[in-house]
Ligand binder design. Structure first.
Ligand SMILES: Cc1cc2nc3c(=O)[nH]c(=O)nc-3n(C[C@H](O)[C@H](O)[C@H](O)COP(=O)(O)OP(=O)(O)OC[C@H]3O[C@@H](n4cnc5c(N)ncnc54)[C@H](O)[C@@H]3O)c2cc1C
Length: 366
């Protein structure tokens, strides 16, 4: 297919799809084992951890292909990358990053705060930092061994550094209170996490104090590309399901695909899916050349998740009542894609970020 992808990536994509379609019926554990053996599980990890240090385009293709193969639990196929902990100091690497990449520890990300009266802040007490505050929506918080917490270090009466920071907090230290998990529409579980005078050392700070926002954005950027890719794969998979459905006999006499009104809707779905994939690949290529292209990847996250939502909604409409039966692929995709328009940044808020990037910083391209 003339996607203008390098030949090795074309082959990688088509071999991966064949492999995943063959393996998609396996249990989570078996699938993970097969993907580890195949080398796909560690694809986002650095070479020194046995990964391939894949660039944005190869990563985007990988996530897209997993969703296109109809696999909803992406983490069974592709394991964690370093994310926000990339380039962390040796202490964090030894205690958290390496065990996480080896699959021995689970990390979570604590950013969202619903309660403005209890923001997450740290104050200096001697040589240590004391954290207080509450995070409202930490995915897998109840399962995690540690969390990467975005917070603000308050200025003290000394010359110690202050400002936004990302701090690794061990879930087992005194004062970390993890609430009972709650489940969102897509079936994923999250917890509220309260920090009550939690003491951490400056070694637990990822990078330096003051650079918390760029560091959080670096992690979020990878997550947004991943979400754009998964959304694109979901739209492609929905198209394959609908195409099959349009070709089977229907009570109208022929097939649904014979009806002009259906073709009109189907054509629109194809055009939207085409534009979604084009957007993903363009954003990934831009990231290959300019790794801090937050405005472009944010635009892709919004566009791909919103468009995939529209495609999946139309797919449900064309497939009819059967599509909404629990356990049907479109039913699960419909719930998942709705969550993806909030997770990793709500669509409207990201639209504001893209406007701000252009109007206030002259950043981003069209
Ligand atoms: C499945 C899932 C997983 C998640 N995982 C995590 C996680 O692991 N860690 C984490 O920290 N968070 C997580 N979140 C939380 C997620 O990041 C937030 O839900 C999201 O950023 C939106 O924030 P909010 O819910 O506080 O909504 P709000 O910020 O209150 O926004 C709600 C709506 O209000 C409107 N709005 C808000 N502000 C403005 C404005 N300035 N101008 C115009 N309109 C505005 C928008 O329409 C927006 O959609 C997850 C969410 C989901 C759904």
């Amino acid at each position: 297919m003339p996607e203008c992808l390098p030949k090795d990536l074309e082959e990688f994509r088509s071999d991966l799809l064949d492999f995943l379609v063959e393996k998609r019926g396996l249990s989570s554990i078996e699938l993970r084992k097969a993907c580890l053996a195949r080398g796909i599980y560690k694809i986002p990890q650095p070479i020194k951890y046995g990964g391939s240090d894949a660039g944005p385009l190869k990563l985007a293709i990988s996530y897209e292909t997993v969703a296109l193969a109809g696999i909803s639990k992406i983490s069974d196929v592709i394991g964690p990358g370093p994310g926000i902990l990339s380039g962390a100091n040796a202490v964090i690497e030894a205690n958290y990053l390496s065990p996480m990449l080896r699959g021995e520890k689970i990390g979570s990300f604590a950013f969202t705060e619903a309660d403005p009266s209890n923001p997450t802040v740290a104050t200096w007490t001697g040589d240590n930092l004391k954290i207080t505050g509450k995070k409202s929506y930490v995915s897998s918080g109840h399962n995690s061994d540690f969390m990467s917490v975005v917070l603000n270090v308050k200025q003290g009466d000394n010359s110690l550094p202050s400002g936004p920071a990302v701090v690794v907090v061990d879930a087992a230290v005194p004062g970390v209170l993890i609430g009972d998990p709650f489940v969102s529409l897509d079936g994923s579980a999250h917890s509220e996490v309260t920090f009550k005078d939690v003491l951490v050392s400056p070694n637990d700070v990822v990078g330096t104090i003051g650079e918390g926002i760029p560091r959080a954005i670096g992690g979020i950027l990878k997550e947004r590309l991943e979400q754009a890719a998964i959304a694109t794969g979901m739209a492609l998979y929905a198209m394959t399901l609908v195409k099959e459905h349009l070709s089977i006999p229907h009570r109208s006499g022929g097939t649904l695909g014979d009806l002009e009104g259906v073709r009109l809707r189907y054509g629109e779905m194809r055009i939207n899916t085409f534009a979604t994939r084009a957007t993903l690949y363009r954003a990934a290529r831009i990231l290959e050349a300019a790794p801090d292209s937050i405005n472009e990847v944010t635009s892709a996250k919004v566009f791909c998740t919103e468009m995939a939502s529209s495609v999946i909604d139309s797919a449900v409409q064309l497939e009819g009542g059967k599509a909404l039966i629990e356990g049907q692929p479109l039913e699960a995709m419909y719930r998942k894609i709705r969550s993806m328009r909030l997770a990793g940044g709500a669509t409207d808020i990201l639209r504001l970020s893209v406007s701000k990037g252009d109007l206030e910083f002259d950043a981003g391209i069209l």
